[in-house]
Design a protein around this ligand. Structure first.
Ligand code: SF4
Length: 428
């Protein structure tokens, strides 16, 4: 299951800066709170709450505590209000948003209204409007821009996370309606880069995971963009939310991305989870393809190494098998030969499979002898050694005992006379 993580996934610069600064504040132990949730991520908000930096919804709730301003920024009036209430302020407004505030403050006025292109209810838009000294119009679409009065001059700025194509469409309308239009595109490309990379990844993925808070508009947009290109896209806030059957095919290509307010920890957790699944699936797949062996089983393998003492054979098992020279019946064995071997031991204690060729030959010979015994047929043997009470003979490699009384119909005086002689024998 190949996995690819989008190059730009997780915290953008502004969010990372805010979260790191908030953690520093938490470590100082100064009574503090954040004005609104610091970022759109429940895990981070909860972690800060546990460390004594909870969110409050208004300056009145701060009750003299140090107040952290999130990356969206706030209006000048809110800053003044906090100062009036004796609250210290740690301004974590993203530098891009701060620049937007300064442009609105310095480049517009009573005779130059601001046309702010963005979503009316977005906190960044509300905060930005509060930095203007004159009229502010907020428009989200070209249609809304058409509704604006004709103006001799105006300043056009954008919500930092606004889609560039919408900014372009709105300013085209404004150029017709405003005599002297100052266009200041204040869009930050962090969102656009994430969107572009996520789409490109989703288009070539079998399944896609978007990690981020469900209450984050940014993450939701990322999810919608990926879903349009890859129907098997899921949105999760943490690894535990990944459905067990989501990745059930290890050959599938999985793309992973994360919204700009997703902490590194959540992204890493998801990547680790998927890597674990990948390893488990891969191992299960490998196990399934492996030959299962047991002692006494005959298997066919390929010779992969030949040394003076032993021969190594690949039998498709997780460990190769070893045959000692003494257990080899085929003397001229060479690399690449396919040979039939018997498993003597699955594990010799050092992880090796012990094999024998001789056992097979012996077993085959024995089986042939048994067949001849059952059929009452003669077998061929050679006298080997005179022993007490009879003769040891070799019958197709099997050691056989011929009692002296069975060697001849007459009395045998010297059993040794039969050593080296070919004989027709019957197994009794
Ligand atoms: S998306 Fe851009 S403007 Fe918004 S916080 Fe991140 S870096 Fe700042």
């Amino acid at each position: 299951m190949p996995i690819e993580i989008a190059a730009h996934a997780g915290f953008c610069m502004g969010v990372r800066r805010a979260v790191e600064a908030a953690m520093d504040v938490a470590r100082t132990g100064t009574p503090s709170c954040t004005l609104g949730e610091l970022i759109h991520n429940p895990q981070v908000v909860e972690m800060l709450r546990e460390q004594g930096v909870p969110p409050v919804s208004s300056s009145g709730e701060a009750q003299g505590r140090q107040v952290l301003i999130r990356s969206h920024g706030v209006s000048r009036a809110v800053i003044d209000e906090l100062a009036d209430q004796g609250c210290g302020v740690v301004d974590l407004t993203c530098p891009f948003v701060d620049k937007l505030h300064r442009i609105v403050r310095d480049e517009a006025g009573e005779d130059c209204p601001v046309v702010l292109v963005g979503e009316k209810e977005h906190p960044e838009v509300k905060g930005t409007a509060g930095w203007a000294s004159g009229t502010v119009y907020v428009v989200a679409t070209p249609e809304e821009a058409e509704q604006l009065p004709d103006m001799p001059r105006a300043l056009a700025v954008a919500q930092t996370t606004y889609p560039p194509e919408r900014w372009k469409a709105v300013t085209e309308v404004l150029r017709r309606k405003v005599g002297e239009l100052k266009e200041r595109c204040t869009i930050c490309n962090a969102t656009e880069i994430r969107q572009r990379e996520a789409k490109e990844l989703a288009a070539r993925s079998d399944a896609m995971i978007v990690v981020g808070g469900r209450n984050s508009a940014n993450t939701q947009k990322l999810y919608a963009a990926c879903k349009a290109l890859c129907p098997r896209t899921i949105l999760v806030e943490c690894a535990a939310e990944i459905p067990p059957a989501f990745a059930n095919n290890y050959s599938e290509f999985i793309g992973i991305t994360a919204g700009a307010s997703t902490p590194d920890g959540s992204l890493k957790e998801v990547v680790t989870r998927m890597t674990d699944i990948e390893n488990k699936d891969f191992m299960a797949e490998v196990e399934a393809t492996l030959v299962k062996i047991r002692a006494g089983q005959t298997v066919t393998g390929t010779v992969v190494q030949v040394t003076e003492d032993e021969v190594c054979v690949n039998i498709g098992y997780k460990a190769d098998g070893l045959i000692k020279r003494s257990e080899l019946t085929q003397e001229d064995v060479k690399l690449g030969d396919e040979i039939e071997v018997e498993v003597v031991k699955v594990n010799d204690g050092e992880g090796n499979v012990l094999l024998s060729q001789r056992n097979i030959v012996n077993r085959k010979a024995w089986e042939a002898l048994m067949a001849k015994y059952d059929a009452g047929e003669y077998v061929d043997g050679v006298g080997k050694e005179a022993v007490k009470g009879g003769l040891i003979a070799d019958v197709d490699g099997v050691r056989a005992f011929v009692p002296a009384s069975q060697l001849s119909q007459r009395y045998v005086e010297k059993i040794a006379d039969f050593v080296g002689k070919d004989m027709k024998l019957k197994i009794i």
